[in-house]
Design a protein around this ligand. Structure first.
Ligand code: DNO
Ligand code: MN
Length: 345
């Protein structure tokens, strides 16, 4: 296993000079952020990012994420155009030595929370989700809106998207994912890249939009679409644990055994009886996830891929991008590495 850290490029207030000071940190996980969703990532842009990372003696092997254009998820008429762009992007990434590409297939929104600064008893803040607060998020012009979401939709576009998704139920979304994978996996193979789908976060439908990468049954279906190693996953502990029915250890064990896990996200959450949850410090006793058990499974299967601390809390008075401060993620990284070192004695 190698420790990685997500970096939002030169726009990120956190610098590579800071990240490289985290003990045992080996990899930078990043993306091209200034290219509109669906357009081809130019080779020179990727090379520029590669050079910046390597100059700091860090490896650049994992992309998170190449966003999937909504037209593909909707199965719209222009889907083939956007899919061929995605294939070109993979080609360019392969030329720069990228081995793993994280993506997700969530309609419209990436992760969804109802509060971006839930206050913990120790004074730290983190992202949280509460069913009671959900209608408030939904109240703006009857469409959801949260600061911190990685999206550039105008209200009218959002309306139109929601209207179009009325026609797309879970079954249709599976069909569209399957269509996408049948074209993308061969291109990934050729580029020397393994695809790693991120689970839906949280792993259930909200705002009436379908969500499908949610549980063990879904993973079986995903692997059935294409059994090749390139059709793999990002295992995100915090996302999957938000459904109490998910036995994340059993799931991780079996997917590692199948050789399907190409990228790990380590995050802890405190899950409540009613399904609400808060993101917590990474340590096991702060949340519902036994992090030692997670890392033990990585050791058992001799996982050689990248693991990164996922969202962290805001601590030490830090402000900035929700979930992506420096300090708590650095503590999380050190904690994860500490477990790994201990297990390897
Ligand atoms: C949540 C985060 C997400 C993730 C994307 C992957 O768990 O890790 O922002 O990066 O959904 O495409
Ligand atoms: Mn994640």
């Amino acid at each position: 296993m190698e420790l990685g850290f997500r970096w939002y490029g030169t726009e990120d207030s956190i610098t590579l000079n800071h990240i490289r000071q985290i003990p045992n940190l080996k990899q930078i996980v990043s993306a091209i952020y200034n290219v509109p969703v669906g357009e081809i990532w130019p080779l020179e842009e990727i090379q520029r990012l590669e050079t910046a990372v390597k100059k700091k003696s860090l490896a650049f092997e994992v992309i998170e994420s190449v966003p999937v254009h909504e037209e593909i998820k909707l199965g719209g008429q222009k889907k083939d155009y956007w899919i061929s762009n995605f294939q070109e992007t993979l080609k360019n990434l392969g030329k720069c030595g990228i081995k793993t590409v994280c993506y997700n297939f969530m309609p419209v929104f990436d992760w969804t929370r109802t509060n971006l600064s839930f206050q913990h008893q120790d004074g730290s803040n983190s992202l949280s989700f509460s069913w009671e607060q959900l209608p408030e998020v939904n109240s703006l012009d009857s469409l959801p809106s949260l600061p911190g979401w990685d999206l550039s939709y105008q209200q009218e576009e959002l309306h139109e998207l929601f209207r179009r998704y009325q026609e797309v139920d879970e079954e249709k979304l599976w069909e569209n994912l399957s269509y996408f994978l049948k074209k993308i996996i061969p291109a990934a193979k050729e580029a020397g890249i393994k695809m790693a789908i991120h689970p839906d976060d949280p792993p259930f439908s909200i705002f009436g939009l379908p969500r499908i990468i949610t549980d063990d049954k879904a993973y079986k279906r995903l692997f059935d679409i294409d059994s090749s190693v390139e059709n793999g996953i990002t295992f995100c502990t915090g996302s999957l644990a938000a459904n109490s029915k998910n036995d994340i250890y059993k799931m991780l064990d079996s997917y590692l055994k199948l050789g399907k896990v190409h990228f790990m996200h380590a995050r802890n959450i405190q899950l409540h009886e009613n399904g609400d949850f808060e993101e917590t410090a990474h340590a096991s006793n702060y949340g519902s996830i036994d992090m030692v058990r997670v890392i033990e499974l990585l050791k058992k299967h001799q996982f050689t891929g990248c693991i990164r601390p996922d969202h962290g809390r805001m601590i030490f008075g830090e402000t900035g991008r929700p979930g992506y401060g420096l300090y708590d993620r650095a503590l999380g990284a050190s904690y994860i590495y500490g477990i790994w070192e201990t297990l390897n004695k």
